[in-house]
Structures are given as C-alpha cells and as structure tokens.
Design a protein around this ligand. Structure first.
Ligand code: C5P
Length: 326
C-alpha cells in the first residue's frame, strides 16, 4: 500500500525571539502561514522491517540515514501504533534545504499523515501533535495549516482565522542558513537590554493581537485568491502598518547582505510586504494580485534571482490538496 502527499511550505509573518531557555531553545512568537509551494512525499509499507529514505531526484543535501526528519517520525509513528512492516519514504525535493520554508519539518508531517493512511491506523490528534513537537519545533504548524499562531519554542500552535489567499513571490538564494547558528548569533548580539525578553514578547503580543483582530471582521473566507481592494489587501496593509518584522533579519542580513538586497528588490518590484522567512535564506514578498506577483517574479528572474510566483494556502485548501493518491 502506498500513499502520496504534498508537503507544503510555510512562511513566517513576523517572528520575535525572546529569552534563551534552560533547555537551549528560545521562546518566540510568530504567525505561520502555509503556502502552495511543496515537495512530494510517497510512503509505502511492505513486508519486512526497517525504514528506508529515498530522494527520487537525488538531491545530495537530503540525508538518507536515521537523522532525516522523515525517518525519525516514521520510527515514532510505528512505535506509537504498535505497527510493523518495511516503510519506504520517497522524497521528491523541490523546496530549498535550510531555506526557512520549513521543508524538512513539513516532509516529516507529510510522512506521518501518509504512513497513517498506508497503515490504515490512526493516531489521536494529541499524539500527532506530541510526536511532531518532539521531532522539531516547526512540525506542529503543519498539523494545523493555513494561518497559525506559534508560541513557546514555536511548537505550540493555535489556528487563527485564515488570511485570504494572498499572491506572493518567493526568492530562494543558493545559500542555506543554519537555524541554531542564527539563534546563537541573536544571543551574541544582546539586543534585549532595553526591554526584558518577556516584556518584549508581551509588547509583540499586543501588536500581533491588534493585527489579528482585523481577521475576525469582514466577510467569510472562501479560499479564493484575494483581488485588489479586497479584504486580503486590507489585511495586508494593516500588516504593513503594524511594523511586524522578523528578528532574524537583524542577524542574518548582516551575515548575508545579498538577502537584504533581495528583500529590497522585491519591494522595488511592487511588494507591499517583504520579509525573510524563518531564519532564511528564503525572502518572500506579498503582492496585491496574482498578476502583479507574476510580473514581479519575471522582473526578478531577469535580474538573475531565483524567483517564483505562488500564493498563500488557506487551511481548508491545505487539507483539501494534501493527499495526491492512495
Ligand atoms: O526544534 P528544532 O530541532 O527545529 O530546533 C533546532 C535548533 O534551533 C535547536 O536545537 C535550537 O538550537 C534552535 N532553536 C531555538 N529556539 C527555538 C527553536 C529552535 O534556539 N524556538
């Protein structure tokens, strides 16, 4: 039995880093948003034992051993369900590695969902979230999809009223950024002297909350791409007005100045809101319409950048398009 699923990427709409914790992680606040770009994961269960990871397009950056997030989660799922068999996880890599789009985390959650379907056995929703959080901070968001608030070390996620689907451009540089290194660089900068880390996160909570309040007013979200003058555009402008930003830009841009240039290029190409995603290296820009995003992506490609026009993915859209074949 084999099951094929899309493993969608995410972006962060603002990301604030708090204090380093005793367990080595950092408290943070972020708004996660799933997007339509994706890898493809195929999980098969046959006779025998063991877990095999295959990268169908032979991307050398994808580990094929037990360190792969798909391997780690498959082992946990088999254990939790008391299931046996030979599990093969095939990864068709399209998303960047170390790109800040949550690809490895999303691959793992896609593996969990596909493996449950292949085994015809179900984990409880709470077990799914627990296992996902154990494997990595960025996994649970993919069990929610759409627009979600991330707190704690990012693993504690709460679904938010969905943003309408927004047109966007994703720019993926050649370089990858290590997330643990970016957190360490943040600590080294000691930027938290003016406000204590917890006061700062509270301040940020107030800003996020005021922006999110705008979500709940207006017409219901159909999942269709937002058009100019629409509710999507209003929320986008509200987002710009709040000044929501990604703390990682403060450490990553000084190390990789070309990423700052890419953000500026997105803004020059008409993006209403541009930002680094997670710890990077991906930079994205939100646009008023799919036509504007397509035009901007073309312009950026002419400048030699790897730019692709896509859209954000609402929760209902995310779940409806996850499973490809079973
Ligand atoms: O949770 P995950 O395994 O993806 O985290 C990778 C590393 O990133 C952690 O070991 C830690 O060094 C850093 N991290 C952090 N604070 C977070 C999330 C990750 O310091 N909130």
């Amino acid at each position: 039995m084999s099951v094929t699923v899309r493993s969608f990427a995410k972006i962060n709409l603002g990301l604030y880093i708090g204090a380093a914790r005793a367990d080595g992680y950092h408290d943070l606040r972020t708004v996660y948003q799933t997007i339509a770009l994706h890898d493809v994961i195929r999980v098969s269960v046959g006779r025998g034992r063991g877990i095999e990871i295959v990268c169908t397009n032979k991307d050398p950056r994808v580990p094929l051993d037990a360190s792969n997030t798909c391997h780690r989660i498959a082992a946990r799922v088999l254990d939790e369900l008391g299931a046996k068999g030979k599990v093969t996880v095939e990864i068709e890599k399209r998303l960047p590695v170390q790109g800040g789009l949550g690809a490895a985390s999303s691959n793992a959650v896609a593996t969990m969902i596909a493996l449950e379907l292949a085994l015809k056995k179900k984990l409880t929703p709470a077990a799914r979230l627990r296992i996902a959080a154990d494997v990595g901070s960025d996994l649970p968001l993919f069990l929610v999809g759409g627009t979600a608030l991330g707190v704690g070390r990012g693993e504690e996620v709460y679904p938010l009223p969905d943003l309408p689907s927004l047109a966007m451009v994703v720019v993926t540089p050649e370089v990858g950024v290590s997330t643990p290194r970016a957190f360490a660089d943040w600590d080294a900068q000691e930027r938290l002297t003016r406000l204590s880390a917890s006061d700062r996160l509270f301040e940020v909570g107030c800003v996020l909350s005021s922006w999110l309040s705008g979500f709940t007013s207006g017409s219901p979200n159909t999942g269709a791409p937002a058009k100019g003058g629409s509710r999507g555009e209003k929320l986008l402008l509200d987002l710009v007005r709040t000044g929501i930003e990604n703390d990682f830009e403060k450490v990553v841009f000084s190390q990789y100045p070309e990423l700052r240039d890419m953000k500026a290029a997105l803004e020059r190409a008409g993006s209403k809101y541009a930002s680094l995603s997670g710890s990077g290296s991906t930079v994205y820009g939100l646009f008023r319409s799919p036509a504007e995003a397509a035009k901007a992506a073309g312009r950026l490609r002419k400048q030699g950048l790897r730019a692709v026009a896509t859209r954000t993915l609402t929760r209902s859209w995310y779940w409806a398009s996850l499973v490809v074949r079973r």
